[in-house]
Design a binder for this molecule. Structure first.
Ligand SMILES: NC(=O)c1ccc[n+]([C@@H]2O[C@H](COP(=O)([O-])OP(=O)(O)OC[C@H]3O[C@@H](n4cnc5c(N)ncnc54)[C@H](OP(=O)(O)O)[C@@H]3O)[C@@H](O)[C@H]2O)c1
Length: 242
């Protein structure tokens, strides 16, 4: 992995470099990081999943960011379609988390309107806390064992501002969202994304699964490039901040 901006050098320890960045925690919600991968032409999935877009460098960053987070927040479609597991920590992250006073691994939080959790989902079992499924009040939620539920918001969907406020109230400081585009677009339109890490995978894909922010109303907001990395497979990793 090589840093191209702002200080060109070989990156020996991705986790250490990302951990060294300041992430000041607002008083009313956690600091929100978002991590997504896209093809050159803006596709977020190949054959319905993002895995085919990843590179070894992308995986390193994915795990490093999880190593920093208290919560991994995703839309339920992403958890279902990508066969999510409970997040675990690589050994280097465990030590870092201990020093930072964090739990051994982040907790998985899903938002859902349908409350649909098929009982074969890998995240229903395994080490770490049971994931939390957050749904709007009044939605029909019947989930299998291995997941907690909480209502937040009304008919339109989960109130993401209120959800983040509650997570902060529980002491969580850093939330990492891994999408998908439906959730990320809402977080963006509510101006809740502090830091965005976008991997540009060196692939042309085409198809209709295009656009990291889904299909809601436009809300343009400038971002500054905090750093740019590149791996041996020609993937680019851009880290943008407000
Ligand atoms: N390239 C990448 O980095 C990346 C990352 C993640 C996902 N993906 C891909 O993106 C695709 C899925 O995209 P998507 O936009 O459908 O994903 P998504 O945002 O993960 O899921 C949308 C679903 O999340 C729930 N949801 C979202 N906002 C909600 C709210 N405010 N309140 C309640 N529930 C809410 C709903 O779940 P219910 O259906 O349960 O009601 C909704 O159907 C998959 O192909 C996946 O592989 C790509």
């Amino acid at each position: 992995m090589r840093e191209l901006h702002p200080h060109p050098h070989e990156v020996d320890d991705v986790l250490a470099d990302l951990a060294a960045d300041e992430r000041p925690v607002p008083s009313d919600r956690p600091w929100v990081m978002a991590n997504m991968v896209t093809s050159i032409d803006g596709a977020y999935a190949m054959e319905g999943r993002s895995g085919g877009l990843g590179t070894p460098g992308d995986k390193m960053i994915f795990h490093a960011l999880r190593g920093l987070a208290d919560i991994v927040l995703v839309g339920a479609a992403t958890a279902r379609e990508e066969h999510y597991r409970r997040p675990s920590s690589v050994p280097a992250a465990m030590a870092l988390r201990r020093d930072r006073g964090q739990q051994p691994a982040p907790r998985l939080v899903l938002v859902s309107r349908s409350g649909r959790v098929p009982d074969d989902q890998p995240f229903l079992t395994g080490e770490g806390p049971d994931p939390l499924l957050v749904h709007p009040a009044g939605s029909p939620v019947e989930v299998p064992e291995g997941i907690e539920t909480m209502s937040c918001g009304t008919d339109g969907g989960v109130d993401l501002v209120e959800l983040l406020r509650r997570l902060r109230g529980e002491g969580h400081q850093w939330v990492l969202t891994e999408g998908g585009p439906g959730l990320l677009g809402q977080l963006h339109r509510a101006d809740l994304i502090d830091e965005l890490l976008v991997t540009t995978s060196p692939n042309l894909v085409g198809g209709g699964d295009v656009g990291l922010l889904g299909h809601g109303d436009a809300f343009a907001q400038p971002r500054s490039l905090h750093r740019l990395w590149m791996d041996d497979q020609d993937a680019l990793f851009a880290n943008y901040r407000r």
